[in-house]
Design a protein around this ligand. Structure first.
Ligand code: AMP
Length: 434
């Protein structure tokens, strides 16, 4: 017999993990909807052609296959390319600017590692059809509110603009063709450190003097206002960089006006972001509790949708990596730890009490309390209570002949708070309350 196993880099999630994941997605949905984002769902499979030519070097990570009809198909790599297709395909039905959110699995043929999988879930929020800096700021505000609502400690969002890095490359005497190598080298800054990036730059053909200048510029540090000011001075001769810095200044002003706490973001000229379709703002949220990589990332991509729609449609968005949020929350002990959905367990004392117990369970459910019932009456009360405890349910309820006669129910708090006899009419209120 072949070994029973799941596919490498693709995970099963048992109930306790699923409850945490559903909690994360629930919080993200709530924050997105509070900002008026609307849900979108697209298939997991797209025409391979739709994905090709959009991802740069990462294109090799696409899962491609042929279906029974000989079509060249691909598993979606992210939620962004499908969004671009949808905007082009349903142009007449979507009122722009359109705020949408989407949740589902994406697939990449990466080398699996902690926090890096081949099947992983992303929750995306995007604002389609606006180039206003306030749209960029709103996306960063949504991400900040979301991570705060999930209870993440000490996270920061790094902000940069593609044309700031372009400007740094140009100011160091490099042409457009060399800029790609510069993005790729700088993208590895957190992994390789300054020396590693320097080596990488030299390897991609950058002269030592230019490499040193690039490194000095990308390490500019301080308050957003100071960093922008310093870079404006150093890149004053480059019109595109000047415009990019102006744009970043407007985004930061938006963040201030939206009340995003200043410790939650920084301007970080070293941030490149891997995907090639970004055209403006790029950002990534990081936390010292997860040195392996970013919690999530995103940016402005004003041209991608145009590749489908035939006209540029400015868009800004982000993808929360649910698996990373999940891994970090698990490690930090954030969010729910339970493996059961039930709050109450109704025992069945004996065949003569079954109807009354089941009626009680029905009543509790109707009142909004998730309730398990005993199935094996013959097992006796002791075994039923043990099952309730093993499940991690908070309350076990007993309705024996004496309780039935008195119109009461025994409520056992399985978290160690003993038991009490409660009038049957008060049980629902009690379970709801505690
Ligand atoms: P990207 O689509 O590359 O911009 O990634 C957005 C977010 O998705 C990242 O910040 C991660 O949180 C998550 N992510 C990307 N690739 C993976 C992966 N291979 N495994 C798990 N999460 C991923």
């Amino acid at each position: 017999m072949t070994k029973i196993q799941n596919i490498k880099g693709m995970r099963d999630h048992l109930p306790q993990a699923m409850l945490l994941r559903q909690h994360i997605v629930g919080v993200l949905t709530q924050v997105a909807e509070r900002h008026g984002f609307e849900p979108l769902q697209t298939p997991v499979v797209e025409y391979a052609e739709a994905l090709e030519g959009k991802l740069g070097d990462d294109e090799k990570l696409i899962y491609r296959f042929e279906d029974h009809g000989g079509r060249r198909l691909a598993l979606r790599y992210d939620q962004t390319v499908p969004l671009a297709r949808v905007v082009a395909q349903y142009a007449g039905q979507l009122a722009l600017p359109w705020r949408r959110y989407a949740y589902g699995p994406s697939y990449r043929g990466e080398r699996p590692a902690r926090g890096r999988y081949r099947e992983f879930y992303q929750f995306d929020v995007d604002i389609v059809g606006s180039n206003a800096p306030l749209a960029d700021a709103e996306i960063v505000a949504v991400l900040t509110e979301s991570l705060e609502a999930l209870g993440f400690p000490g996270f920061t969002t790094l902000l940069n603009h593609r044309q700031v890095i372009g400007g740094i490359a140009r100011a160091s005497g490099l042409d457009e063709a060399a800029a790609g190598g510069v993005y790729r080298a700088i993208d590895k800054f957190d992994k390789l450190g300054a020396d590693g990036v320097r080596e990488e730059l030299l390897r991609s053909g950058v002269a030592p003097g230019a490499a040193d200048q690039i490194l000095a510029l990308v390490q500019t540090n301080g308050d957003p206002g100071d960093v922008l000011e310093e870079l404006s001075g150093r890149l004053a001769a480059d019109a595109r960089a000047v415009a990019a810095l102006e744009n970043l200044r407007a985004v930061v002003a938006g963040l201030v006006e939206m009340g995003v706490a200043p410790e939650r973001y920084r301007v970080a000229p070293r941030l490149a972001r891997g995907l090639s379709y970004y055209t403006g703002l790029v950002f990534e949220a990081i936390t010292p509790h997860w040195p392996e990589g970013s919690l999530l990332g995103g940016g402005r991509y004003d041209e991608l949708i145009g590749q489908f729609a035939g006209r540029p449609i400015p868009t800004v968005g982000l993808a929360f990596g649910i698996d990373r949020l999940h891994d970090v929350m698990e490690e930090l002990g954030l969010g729910p730890r339970s493996s059961t959905t039930a709050r109450a367990y109704v025992t069945i004392f004996g065949p003569g009490q079954a109807a009354a117990s089941l009626a009680l369970a029905r009543e509790l459910r109707a009142g909004g309390v998730n309730t398990l019932i005993a199935l094996d009456i013959a097992a006796g009360l002791g075994k039923q209570l043990k099952e309730a405890d093993r499940k991690g349910v908070r309350f076990a309820l007993v309705l024996g002949p004496d309780e039935l006669a008195r119109g009461e129910v025994i409520v056992k708090d399985l978290r160690g708070d003993g038991q009490r006899s409660v009038p049957r009419t008060a049980v629902l209120e009690l379970l709801r309350g505690e």
